[in-house]
Design a protein around this ligand. Structure first.
Ligand code: NAI
Length: 712
């Protein structure tokens, strides 16, 4: 890190001091220890100037438009090893921001760009906050997403500024809000239309020429602040909600609640102390380290397409197939500002897709009405393939049939330019085989979105034998620009995610066949930390889709992917999962909660069990199935480049693609936490008890005897 990357600059404009965070050449301002020291020094200087030079105000801004402060240095969060060290860091931050709050002049934050984490806590210590009302300005406290709480005073200042309800919502969800929402909840005092007006507007306020309108808390928040019985009631309600959503796996939200309410009950000083103590305790937890691990993997993933970033700017996108996936893919590109040509031969499919895309866009909370309108105006729905000419990327999402895909892709290749990348969203076919007759196979790649495409954050970039590095970079850059995470994988049956997921789903079927109930199986998985159980997941995927994919994977890997054919049997009886309202669960019309399908055991002719496994064993049978296959993928080089973050790519794919418990840091991180020796021992025992499919992967056996780690 260079000197300039740690600096703050102090300037003067009449009777107002201007403190600029960062330097003109910085792209991101983080609060490194060095920067905190410079900030403290500058604030003390401003304090002296207030006494001696008659200074009236202070404006804190970024060094240029779009730059404010992205918060604490996450490398520090990663490296802290003791509770005391964490607590000391929090106290240091609290002290610096207290100096800011105590300055005897009017302080105003001029915010353009990201103002998050420690950056947001910094502006909370100012008297006023003015934000640029554009889409690149965002403000919030995402700390719980890293397994910690806001530790520089945020848990105390935010509830006092915006009220307990809005503050808890922001802190517990790790919300980062656009400027209009910040204004609505009272976090911002004013918005300006353009960055050019920002600093001068703030100088006016700091010099006392004008004051933003005064704010006051709503009645409920006033009652919470005033009456302890109201506070106790609200606190226990929030605690209940949090324990339901975290399942007890994430300690940070509960500690954040405790810190906020301690401050309200016993005063600011007690609140700050509690906050610092909890930061120290949380920063060393395995949950925090795992979440930070995932954070760095997302950063790495967004660098995959760096070399092609400029090239993809302003390009237009073609999508063929306006069904479930095509509509979601088109919506994702539209919402990221790309013009999209969506082709389907069937008129009803085009009409349905238009309706779905309109619905997806209309739900986009952070978009203004004019932005939503612009998005929809950038969509061309047609049956004319010729409209693809001039596009930079065409994504194919038609029926899963090799011959039809080859034919359609050949026609597309003749229409688009030589530098257009063509991608297939195939979930089970070989990318190399699809490309076999193409003139430019180097321009062809698998771009495997997950369902629902507009929501799921992972995209597998599947390399065929001839896919060029340039095509990978282009598609990675585009994926990143959608706010999704690209993971590069090899062209093996099931690619990475479906291949690792299959033994897990197969194991759920075995457990069911042994007479374990749907509830026992799914509950063991959610207790382990999965967002939903494997049988519920099968219903979501669609039993017909799952049956088709598993057929291909079974053919690729044999016995360890074979299990009871429950999905096929249910499909034959007309049960397709959620989309048909019936599967392992029954889905009531409207918003009702799904109930376990009571007829399942009869339908599948499953005998009631004799001896059954306990919840821990069920969870291990399920999770070790994932681990065993993931280690094979790691050692075969299915993800990324072996030796260069391949393990990380598996971790990221497992969390973003399958929802694998983020607090466990992904499958390989979890494997490391269990240790090769225990994994090997348990798998051998499972293999003896339940079948050969549990036979430990070679890489597990080897690491068990060498003591090696899985992180390569
Ligand atoms: P879908 O059946 O919902 O949609 C396919 C669409 O393609 C239909 O609207 C159909 O009219 C259109 N189509 C068929 N032939 C065409 C042609 N020659 N020209 C233009 N349009 C044509 O299918 P879905 O589920 O969207 O799947 C599409 C692709 O995405 C498949 O390759 C599938 O394996 C893959 N996929 C599906 C996932 C899922 O969960 N549904 C997940 C990930 C990938």
């Amino acid at each position: 890190m260079s000197e300039s990357e740690q600096s703050v600059l102090l300037e003067k404009d009449g009777d107002v001091a201007i403190l600029k965070l960062g330097s003109p050449d910085e792209r991101v301002v983080i609060l490194s220890e060095k920067r905190m020291e410079s900030l403290q020094e500058a604030l003390l200087t401003v304090g002296k100037m207030a006494q001696s030079d008659g200074l009236k105000g202070l404006v804190i801004s970024g060094a240029h438009d779009g730059l404010f402060c992205a918060g604490a240095d996450i490398n520090i969060i990663r490296s802290v090893e003791t509770v005391d060290e964490g607590q000391r860091l929090a106290k240091q931050g609290q002290e610096v921001f207290q100096i800011l709050e105590d300055l005897p002049l009017t302080t105003v934050a001029a915010i353009s760009g990201a103002c998050v984490g420690g950056g947001c806590e910094l502006v909370l210590a100012c008297d006023y906050r003015v934000l640029v009302g554009n889409s690149s300005t965002k403000i919030g406290l995402p700390e719980v997403k890293l397994g910690i709480l806001p530790g520089f005073g945020g848990t105390q200042r935010l509830p006092r500024l915006v009220g307990v309800q809005a503050a808890m919502d922001m802190i517990l969800k790790g919300r980062v809000s656009p400027a209009p929402i910040a204004l609505k909840i009272g976090l911002a005092d004013e918005l300006v239309d353009s960055p050019d007006q920002l600093v001068s507007r703030c100088i006016d306020i700091a010099s006392g020429k004008r004051r933003p309108p005064a704010k006051s808390l709503g009645l409920v928040d006033k009652a919470i602040a005033k009456f302890s019985f109201v506070r106790n009631f609200v606190k226990s309600k929030i605690e209940k909600q949090v324990s339901k959503t975290t399942g007890g796996h994430y300690p940070a939200p509960a500690k954040a609640i405790e810190a906020v309410f301690r401050g309200l009950d016993d005063g600011l000083e007690a609140g700050y102390q509690r906050e610092a103590k909890f930061l120290g305790e949380l920063i060393v937890t395995p949950e925090c380290k795992s979440l930070v691990h995932i954070y760095f993997l997302t950063e790495e993933s967004s660098r995959l397409g760096k070399s092609a970033q400029e090239r993809v700017e302003g390009t237009s996108i073609g999508v063929i197939g306006a069904g479930t996936m095509g509509a979601g893919i088109a919506a994702s590109f539209l919402m990221s500002g790309y013009p999209v040509v969506l082709v389907d031969t069937v008129k009803e499919a085009r009409d349905r897709a238009r309706g779905r895309i309109e619905k997806i866009v209309s739900k986009k909370r952070s978009f203004s009405e004019s932005k939503k309108k612009k998005c929809l105006e950038s969509l061309t729905l047609t049956d004319d393939l010729a409209k693809f000419s001039g596009t930079g990327l065409v994504v194919e999402a038609i029926i899963e049939d090799l011959e039809i895909k080859k034919k359609v892709l050949g026609s597309i290749e003749r229409i688009v330019g030589d530098d257009c990348v063509i991608a297939s969203n195939t979930s089970s076919l070989s990318v190399t085989e699809i490309a076999v007759d193409l003139e430019r196979p180097g321009n062809f790649i698998g771009m495997h979105f997950f369902n629902p495409a507009e929501k799921m954050q992972l995209v597998e970039l599947v390399c065929g034998e001839k896919t060029s590095d340039e095509s990978i970079a282009i598609v990675a850059a585009l994926t990143d620009s959608l706010g999704k995470y690209p993971v590069v994988v090899q062209d093996v049956p099931g690619f990475l995610v479906n291949r690792t997921l299959t033994p897990y789903l197969v194991e759920a079927a075995y457990l069911l066949s042994e007479g374990h109930s749907v509830k026992e199986i799914d509950k063991a998985a959610t207790k382990f930390g999965m967002p939903m159980g494997p049988l519920r997941l099968l219903d979501e995927i669609g039993l017909d889709v799952a049956a088709k994919v598993s057929e291909i994977i079974e053919a690729g890997y044999g016995v360890r992917m074979q299990g009871p054919k429950f999905a096929e049997e249910l499909v034959a009886k007309g049960l397709f999962g959620k989309k048909s309202g019936r599967g392992f669960y029954i889905y009531p019309e409207g918003k009702g909660k799904p109930e376990v399908n009571g007829e399942l055991f009869t339908l599948l002719e499953i005998e009631k069990a004799g001896k059954k496994c306990d919840s821990d064993t069920i969870a291990r049978r399920l999770s070790y199935s994932l681990v065993n296959e993931a280690v094979r993928c790691l050692d075969e080089g299915v993800s990324g480049v072996p030796g260069k973050g391949a393990a990380g790519q598996i971790d990221l794919a497992s969390v973003m693609g399958t929802g694998f418990a983020p607090f466990r840091g992904g499958i390989i991180n979890y494997a490391n936490s269990v240790g090769a020796e225990k994994l090997n021992k348990d798998l051998e025992e499972f293999s003896r008890l339940y079948g050969e499919r549990f036979s430990p992967a070679k890489g597990i056996k080897e690491r068990a005897s060498s003591g090696g780690s899985f992180s390569v």
